[in-house]
Design a protein around this ligand. Sequence first.
Ligand code: HEM
Length: 219
Amino acid sequence: MVLMNRLKAHWLQILTHGLALLPLALLVWDFTQNQLTADPIREVTLRTGRVALTLLVLSLTCTPIHIVFGFRWPLRVRRLLGLYAFLYAMLHGLTFVGLDYQFDWGLIGEEILQKRFVQMGILTFLILLPLALTSTRGWMKLLGKRWKRLHRLIYLAGLLAVVHFTWAVKADISEPLLYGLVVILLLIVRIPVVRNAVQHLRDRLSGKSRTPEEPGASS
Ligand code: HEM
């Protein structure tokens, strides 16, 4: 009974854990089945990078969905999605230094100096790192208002990850540009004037009047 109640209360988080871990499970499965193309290390790099970016964008989508539609459920998985984005970004970076360059710091240093997309990837990771480390309730309490300001950097991380992707792909940049467009649209919804206008419109359409202090107005 206790278990059932827990499942009912946390089904969304459980589903998010399951879906976020699925690409990792598939990667491990394909590795054991020798199905990671002729260049398995590159395949792992590309897949983990893709999943990191997708989860990052999904976590950025949570607040705008709340603003536009008024749903509160996306806010319950926002942090989880961000943490999984960080996990995949870490695996992605570890694949680069550990599998691709076997911790040869000299070579890694050269690669960093020569390739701007690698510099951009590292910068993105360095922004995600403090956000992941301070994502707990304890840090939230400790930092107070500064926590929110710090965690707004997630949008910068999203934009820089798109630049990293654009510079990494070399040829067809239509996909990175699509990701970029999505991140910019999500950012626009968060601009206070746009956000207030959207919330007003939503409230008018649903025949509700809003006070500025209404819970969720600032999340
Ligand atoms: C830790 C620092 C990082 C390093 C050293 C790094 C390195 C790389 C490398 C070597 C590639 C493959 C380029 C190629 O062979 O074509 C790549 C691609 C990529 N990375 Fe990163 N990266 C880093 C951080 C990130 C982060 C933080 C994200 C996203 C949140 C990310 C997302 C991607 C994406 C989406 C691709 C392209 C995948 C594709 O073409 O399908 N990377 N990165």
